[in-house]
Ligand binder design. Sequence first.
Ligand SMILES: *Cc1c(COP(=O)(O)O)cnc(C)c1O
Length: 451
Amino acid sequence: MSTITHRLPQKRHLVTELPGPKSVALAERRQAAVPAGLGSGVPVYAVDGDGGVLVDVDGNSLIDLGSGIAVTTVGASNAAVADAVAAQAHHLIHTCFLVTPYEGYVAVAEKLNELTPGDHEKRTALFNSGAEAVENAVKVARVATGRDAVVAFDHAYHGRTNLTMALTAKSVPYKHNFGPFAPEVYRMPMSYPYRDPLGDDGVAAARRAITAIGTQIGADGVAAVIVEPIQGEGGFVVPAPGFLPTLAQWCRANGIVFVADEVQSGFCRTGDWFACEHEGVVPDIVTTAKGIAGGMPLAGVTGRAELMDAVHPGGLGGTYSGNPVACAAALAAIDQMETLDLCARARAIGEIATSSLTATAALLAADGREVIGDIRGRGGMIAVELVRPGTSEPAPDLAKAVAAGALARGLVILTCGTYGNVIRLLPPLVIDDALLREGLAILGEVLAESA
Ligand SMILES: *Cc1c(COP(=O)(O)O)cnc(C)c1O
């Protein structure tokens, strides 16, 4: 494993209150120019970023434990990615793949076919966003099966387009007043060990969903079952062992396309290339985006050749889909993941984060403040679910206070969860140990103060 050198000092350094005066001035300009419907979790305007550090317009250096939203896995300005982007931009910023194709697209497809689980023959189509990838996975599944129904799960998040809003579980803010939604989408109970009466019995949780699919749709009406192997926006819900394999097996037996939405959990994030590998699950289709291209917009749909090739010529595509610069960035980012062994790095980060959070939970519990209901996740995708002391009642106000308290000290963390009560950690996988530990220490302090 080679080591990474950083351009920016990997140090937290605050020179103003947060947000500083320049960020406040930009927020005022923004208010007059950008619709209110676009929220920003962290009201600080960024100008630079590298490794585990973000620099704002006021010159503050913050610790980044969000990576955008799980995007800048190799860093926000990874030198190899930046060089690849610049080199490609000097030759061909765009030529539509549907008009005059280029090698980069083919090379990214080959790479995804190689890296995604299973050694069967595969094909990959590229798109611009995670939502677009999910939409296209559904298009492929419907053509290939000749069926209509699509099954998604409680707490699922699949995007903000019409079809992906239909697949997404949470109303506010994602779906509220945006309907009517795409039809033939069915929602099934998820395995959510912390809140599920079936607890750690993933096989029983899968059977519960399978029974409901049978009664509500009938297996022969289902084109696709789509699931996040570890749910992202829904709260980093890790289904109990057995849930994913049982579901995948049943789909295979019933001619249903099993789609793993790895948009958030993919590309080393969980300590494997893809989260479904942890239980040896081989999906029929994998959707990818976020971490795929070092921050450039790109998404992939990778699936069994016979499924992907079922679509008629001209049925898939898009003006910008698989843009040459984004493809160059993806090839460089994936090369960084391989040469820096970021899967191993994710596992190490997971151990450091989990032990720090476990210690914080014990400290809080020792004086009767049992607000950490659950610590979960895998690798570089770790979360704490916050609750009212000693209960499992969600504490979204506490999560909000902790995120705000962290920011005031120069630590960027994100919240998530159906109940808004989950603090999630998605550090760039190239973050230094020292900076990661400092971030976790701040999080521990803020949790202790806010609880
Ligand atoms: C973010 C996300 C999406 C949507 O991706 P966009 O690029 O924002 O469209 C879809 N699925 C999952 C699991 C995600 O985390």
